[in-house]
Design a protein around this ligand. Structure first.
Ligand code: PLP
Length: 486
């Protein structure tokens, strides 16, 4: 598609052209939010469709920007799974909220690379300030420091790297291989997220150094079995290094007893990392004070504003009372990165593996200011209310059963017709068919998990645009599909 602009032989797009396209794109983005419910939540493309619709080689000659804009509607929208749709109930529902989306444009426009304070004083200090605000809102201890990474997987990797640094102080220089070291041990519940496994693998501890501790009937880690496992490992000459306690597990959002885990960690001199990637933001809400028990004793805690704090992907926060250990593990300054102010400022490159980092705090800043703490709390409370309402529909229908408590905004449930005569496997297959039928509707998207060996459906509320009518629609679709498939 041609337009009135032509690409200059050298240099960037002319400012006048940029301005025109930026206006078009602002309208496009506003239209997207406005019309979001006209799109199928789960993309209807089949594997390879997108690839087939694109040229196999990059264009040799310049193309009008209008071609790109046209492809947004032709290719990108149909090929996208619409995480911003209010009927998105799969995994953990998230939101790219409008104020944060706007600030993402600023982030790219300024193109800050905040490796050193001097390469972006504002990205360095705004990150510090917004994370201090967030820590205060979550009632975290005042000596806690935060750093932004892309994902919880990377936050947890850094936490466990710090734990390894404490347990094996010369690991940075000597590594782990070929040494006469005891077997290192990391502990987490059987329901902890797979990012813990990946961190242990990446840190060279070996997957078998991770012990997954069985959970109780509420899917919380059995701390008596944790204590026994640690004692058993000590007796076998192994080295217990860290425990990852989960507050809001991925499958059922169950909560480990962080205080009891902290007792064990203190006694055994182990690092305590809390994975509150999804649920951590609820610590802002006074009624949820109970979930903060033990947070003040954690060495580190991860919370993902890109999960349930309306910040567009990606933005994960690692809070730690021991940032000095993370610096000890990773700080390294080649000549070309030395600066005269190094002793008086924080250089973000010292707080982890990556050198460069983009200006992510802008979008968190936007959310905290635009909605305000009160507005955020109200929205979180509403999500919990919607989940409880949905759970009450499940509870009162004799053909459906709820299979886990609902501490936050996720409901785990399944179809179990009262006259069901078949095997457990039949029931699993029935629930899979129901899920597929409901997701085919395009109005909602739910995902599944396994609990106690059974296939379970999950409804996760977390999108800022979700209203009661959307969960009502999900329930209607589920009950219709349940009747059709049973
Ligand atoms: N921890 C928990 C409890 C999660 O549910 C998830 C993802 O859903 C993660 C960690 C990993 O998150 P990320 O995608 O940010 O790495």
């Amino acid at each position: 598609m041609a337009d009135e602009w032509s690409t200059p032989p050298l240099g960037d797009m002319p400012v006048a052209e940029f301005r025109a396209h930026a206006h078009t794109l602002a309208d496009w983005a506003a239209g997207y939010f406005d019309q979001i419910e006209t799109h199928a939540v789960l993309s209807k493309v089949t594997p390879g469709d997108i690839r087939a619709a694109l040229p196999s080689q990059a264009p040799e000659l310049p193309e009008p920007f209008a071609n790109l804009l046209a492809d947004l509607d032709r290719l990108v929208i149909p090929g996208a799974t619409h995480w911003n749709h209010p009927g998105f109930f799969a995994y953990f529902a998230i939101t790219g909220s409008a104020p944060a989306v706007l600030m993402d444009l600023v982030s790219s426009t300024l193109n800050q690379q905040a490796m050193l304070w001097r390469t972006s004083p504002v990205a360095t200090e705004l990150e510090e300030v917004t994370l201090r605000w967030l820590a205060q809102l979550m009632h975290l201890p005042s000596d806690i420091e935060g750093v932004i990474y892309d994902t919880a997987s990377i936050s947890t990797l850094h936490a466990l790297a710090a734990a390894r640094e404490v347990a094996v102080p010369d690991v940075r220089t000597l590594g782990l291989a070929g040494r006469n070291l005891p077997q290192l041990r990391i502990y987490c519940s059987e329901h902890a997220h797979s990012s813990v496994d990946k961190a242990v693998i990446a840190l060279g501890m070996g997957h078998h150094s991770l012990r997954r501790i069985p959970a109780d009937t509420h899917f919380s880690m059995r701390t008596d079995l944790l204590a026994a496992a640690v004692a058993q490992d000590r007796a076998a000459g192994h080295l217990p290094v860290a425990v990852v306690a989960s507050v809001g597990t991925t499958s059922s959002t169950s909560v480990d007893d962080v205080s009891a885990v902290a007792d064990i960690c203190e006694r055994e001199r182990m690092w305590l990392h809390v994975d509150a990637a999804y649920a951590g933001v609820m610590a802002m809400v006074p009624e949820f004070e109970w979930m903060r028990a033990g947070f003040d004793r954690a060495d580190s805690l991860v919370v993902n504003p890109h999960k349930w704090l309306f910040v567009p992907f990606d933005l994960s926060v690692l809070f730690t009372r021991r940032m000095d250990v993370i610096r000890q593990a990773f700080s390294l300054t080649p000549e070309y990165l030395k600066t005269s102010e190094a002793n008086t400022v924080k250089n973000l490159m010292d707080t982890g593996i990556q050198l460069g980092r983009r200006f992510r705090s802008l979008k968190l800043w936007a959310v905290l200011r635009y909605f305000g703490a009160e507005g955020i709390r109200d929205r979180l409370r509403e999500h919990v209310r919607l989940a409880q309402l949905f759970a009450s529909w499940v509870d009162t229908d004799p053909d459906w059963e709820r299979v886990a408590p609902v501490p936050f905004s996720v409901v785990c449930f399944r179809l179990h017709p009262r006259d069901h005569q078949g095997s457990d496997a039949d029931l699993d297959a029935l629930n899979q068919r129901v899920l597929e039928a409901v997701n085919r509707s395009g109005d909602v998207f739910l995902s599944h998990t396994a609990l106690d060996g059974h296939i379970v459906l999950r409804l996760a509320v977390g999108n800022i645009r979700t209203e009661e009518r959307h969960i009502r629609r999900a329930w209607d679709l589920l009950t219709e599909a349940g009747q059709a498939q049973a």
